[in-house]
Write a protein that binds this ligand. Structure first.
Ligand code: UT7
Length: 335
């Protein structure tokens, strides 16, 4: 920690970036498609509109644009980036989209790979990158969260289609031997409850030759038990954040900003209340973007950093949660 004789590898946050597609889908527009209303969606979720990728932007494009902004803020020479981790559940190449982002950036010296953990994806990617950096093998990493759930939403299912949108965000992190702004983390999964939220494969039987069948790959739309996911989030997120605070010797009063996965305003408020964190410290932009899955946390952070809400040395408690089920938390200091 700062002020103490520091002889290990610490991390410093150097930049942030985000990108959302241009197309705006308002609640009003959704109500032309399914039986719902602006009033219902706003009061149950806090969401007013979301952005939808059209033909123009896929996950690689969105992730690239967010990453480039983070790199510009960090003022890094692109050749000095060692690692790119892309959190996504909707790659435009199932073999991995991170290397295409590496190529678009011209980050020739980096290794790039995808990581899938749905709405916890960015947090898990951040933790993964932090461990590579602290392990001493790499010095500079870009962590990206990008998702295009609009391609997998059942737009006839009013219980889920109202929630999701598309977008991307990224953070630039580097090692330092002077302090450690990555204070601690916790992460968990529970596959037993995995059926609450899925984007399952849908395989159609086909034949290669006589008597040799195979399953042609594809996916069914998102299936969600909203009430169970809601209950899971408001129970587990405060528990894991509390555990993290105790482990790192912090108390909730020291948190400047709570940056939760932007799923539902009622979830954000409930988690804040349980941790006794005042509402004005809970950052929220889901009104404008809905749930952008792996993108919500860096999208929120980038907006707050660029608007000078999150400032140098602010303490940020962040938590991602969602399909898997998966959830996690990290405590960081900005800068
Ligand atoms: O990253 C994690 C992603 N997932 C989540 O975050 C989901 C967490 N869950 C939620 O956010 C909430 O459960 C929802 C917003 C999805 C649903 O809100 P709810 O208050 O849990 O509603 P509900 O499922 O209990 O449904 C209440 C009523 C039902 O009608 P009946 O059976 O009481 O007559 C639904 O059919 O609201 C109805 N309903 C709707 N009505 C108008 C469900 N969706 C809609 C809709 N518009 N879009």
């Amino acid at each position: 920690m700062e002020g103490i004789n520091f002889n290990q590898i610490g991390l410093s946050f150097k930049g942030s970036g985000s990108y959302v597609p241009d197309q705006v889908l308002t609640n009003q527009k959704i109500s032309e498609k399914v039986e719902t209303s602006d009033e219902w969606i706003k009061s149950r979720t806090g969401i007013s509109q979301r952005r939808i990728s059209g033909l123009g932007d896929n996950v690689t494009d969105m992730g690239y644009k967010a990453a480039l902004k983070a790199i510009r803020m960090s003022k890094w020479d692109i050749e000095t980036i060692d690692l790119i981790v892309l959190a996504t559940s909707t790659p435009n190449d199932l073999f991995g989209s991170a290397p295409s982002i590496q190529a678009k950036l011209g980050a020739h010296n980096a290794v790039a790979f995808d990581l899938t953990a749905a709405c916890s994806g960015f947090l898990f990617a951040l933790i993964t990158a932090s461990q590579f950096l602290k392990g001493g093998n790499f010095n500079r990493a870009i962590v990206i969260g990008a998702d295009q759930l609009s391609s997998y939403v059942d737009w006839n299912d009013r219980r889920s289609c109202i929630l999701f949108g598309d977008g991307a965000g990224a953070l630039a992190i580097e090692t330092t031997n002077e302090f450690d702004n990555f204070i601690g983390f916790e992460m968990k999964t529970d596959g037993e409850r995995g059926s609450f939220l899925n984007l399952p494969s849908k395989n159609n039987k086909d034949s290669i030759v006589d008597n040799i069948d195979f399953l042609r790959g594809g996916f069914s739309p998102i299936q969600m038990n909203g009430q169970e996911v809601y209950k899971f989030a408001v129970k587990e997120v405060p528990i894991i954040l509390d555990k993290l605070l105790k482990k790192t010797n912090y108390v909730s009063g020291q948190i400047d900003w709570l940056v939760l996965h932007q799923a539902n305003q009622r979830i954000l408020d409930s988690v804040g209340d349980r941790l006794k964190i005042p509402r004005d410290k809970i950052l929220s932009n889901l009104k404008n973007y809905g749930n952008t899955s792996a993108a919500t946390i860096p999208l929120m952070m980038d907006e707050a950093i660029r608007n000078n809400i999150i400032k140098q040395n602010d303490i940020i408690a962040t938590s991602g949660f969602g399909a898997g089920l998966s959830w996690g938390a990290a405590l960081i200091k900005w800068g």
